[in-house]
Design a protein around this ligand. Sequence first.
Ligand code: HEM
Ligand code: HEM
Length: 184
Amino acid sequence: MPLRNTSTRWGSVAQALHWIIAALIIVQFVLGLVADELPLGLQKLAMLARHKSVGITILGLAVIRLAWRLANPVPELPSTMRPYERFLAHVTHGAMYLLLFALPLTGWMMSSARNFPVSWFNLVQLPDLVGPDEALYETLNQTHEILAWTLAAVVVLHVAAALKHHFVVKDDVLRRMLPFTQTR
Ligand code: HEM
Ligand code: HEM
């Protein structure tokens, strides 16, 4: 399968980035929600450290993904889609890209505001984005949570649309994002 996108199919790099990020988002929700339930202690800090490292990985992959998208053709939407469906597809895709940046950045800023430095799997120490600030921490904490649930809601819509394309409309939209598939 070609590495690069064509006007009708996502290439293997775009597909790999899409599915790796999707899997990491699920891991990220599990880590974040489990950490949130734990009492303050070593276990919570270890879970949060993993959450932060995976989140920074998502940020890095989102940068690569956006750069790859800008350097590649984007497969056209099927001509059978109505204008409002095209509009919805663009809005949900745009929102997901925005959230893939906004979530890690609010998380990183929140950690800096709480004076907890962020490291990437204990290998790379990242700089603080803001100075210690309890009020800012509270605001960012709430923003991070709202953004996380917004992403969950948009992803539910996105998955419903992908399944509708495949099982109801029966076009190539899901197949062209999947490896080892034939498109018409
Ligand atoms: C796409 C990336 C991310 C997603 C989807 C995500 C999602 C979440 C979720 C669902 C929670 C639990 C929310 C709650 O109920 O309070 C959470 C908490 C948290 N996240 Fe993230 N997060 C991401 C990236 C990051 C990053 C990169 C950092 C830091 C570098 C971070 C730091 C935190 C912290 C410190 C908490 C716990 C807040 C508390 O103590 O209540 N997150 N995140
Ligand atoms: C957290 C999970 C997910 C995120 C953040 C996400 C994000 C995205 C984004 C941003 C795009 C637009 C690609 C672009 O224009 O560059 C996209 C495309 C796509 N996604 Fe997802 N996705 C997720 C999960 C899923 C799942 C579970 C499915 C299938 C059931 C799916 C199916 C698709 C398909 C078929 C496309 C291609 C649409 C087209 O060809 O126009 N995605 N996804």
